[in-house]
Design a protein around this ligand. Structure first.
Ligand code: GUN
Length: 290
């Protein structure tokens, strides 16, 4: 039997990020020329997890490329919750810092929820503070939307992917992606289903999706037989398998059925960083009454 070959739309986050970051760079240049200070982002990393180190370096590099000043705090694995709270209190009070990002996950020895709750909501550019999470559910525009959900929203809207009224299935119910993304897509009037480790039959849901978003970090979890023809597939996973970066989706096989699909790397990843830059600039403008 001849295999059906389909050429899906590739949702190129790398390319879109480049365009969006050019615009942000121009905007910042304009503020500097008017005598304003640079926007500032504090980046806190605890320990030496190799993946987190790469993510943090990417974020710092992206800041530099558009004119955001980054302040990197690389702390020992054995730091106490109190020491971290003291640092956050200091950063909350600094005039030159518009955003505070604590790279997750934190070591088990520190209380992650307490740390995130200590960040001033107006500087919480990751959008993980309960106040910002609450604003997301309440559809209050002046909060911060977590970076990966915001990046996915921007990517779909750029490529004209209508969300309103669609059946969206999210695989993964984590606090960084799945949960806030479900709220954002409800905001956009999608019908949202969230699958997680206790879901009895994930395939039953994924096969019924108009838009399928996987955010589990399990390499190639989403196989061809779990996806229906004409689905929009968004892959949030980034895993290393035999030295190669792969997503949650078996890209080569699933792309034959997809209407549109994100590559890994070059899809959602760069959009997450771009959303962080946008959130930092949003804070900067608000704090400088711009
Ligand atoms: N770890 C994985 N994704 C993220 C993110 O978007 N922000 C932070 N702070 N940590 C993460």
């Amino acid at each position: 039997m001849e295999e059906k070959m389909n050429s899906p739309l590739i949702l190129n986050g790398k390319e879109l990020s480049k365009k969006l970051r050019e615009k942000l760079k121009e905007e910042i240049k304009d503020f500097l020329s008017k005598g304003y200070r640079k926007p500032g982002l504090a980046v806190i990393l605890v320990g030496n997890d190799p993946a987190s180190l790469i993510y943090v370096k990417n974020k710092i590099k992206a800041c530099k490329s558009i004119g955001i000043e980054s302040f990197f705090f690389h702390l020992e694995e054995n730091i106490t919750t109190q020491e971290l709270l003291d640092l956050i209190a200091e950063l909350n009070n600094r005039e030159d810092i518009d955003g505070i990002l604590v790279q997750l996950p934190l070591p088990k020895s520190v209380n992650q929820k307490e740390i995130i709750s200590a960040i001033l909501p107006s500087k919480d550019v990751d959008g993980f503070h309960p106040e910002n999470m609450g604003k997301l559910i309440a559809q209050i525009e002046d909060g911060f939307i977590p970076c990966t959900p915001l990046g996915i929203d921007l990517l779909m809207s750029h490529y004209g992917i209508e969300v309103k009224g669609k059946d969206v299935v999210i695989v993964g119910a984590g606090f960084i992606v799945g949960r806030p993304l479900s709220s954002l897509l409800l905001w956009r009037n999608a019908t949202v289903t969230v699958c997680h480790i206790y879901t009895k039959d994930i395939s039953k849901f994924t096969r019924s999706a108009d838009i399928l978003i996987s955010a589990t970090g399990i390499p190639h979890l989403i196989k061809e037989d779990m996806v229906s023809e004409g689905t929009v597939v968004i892959d949030v996973g980034i895993s290393k398998v035999e030295g190669k970066i792969v997503g949650d989706v078996d890209f080569e096989k699933v792309k034959r059925k997809a209407l549109a699909i994100t590559p890994v790397p070059g899809g959602v990843g760069p959009m997450t960083v771009t959303a962080l830059l946008m959130n930092t600039l949003k804070s900067y403008k608000k704090r400088n009454l711009l």
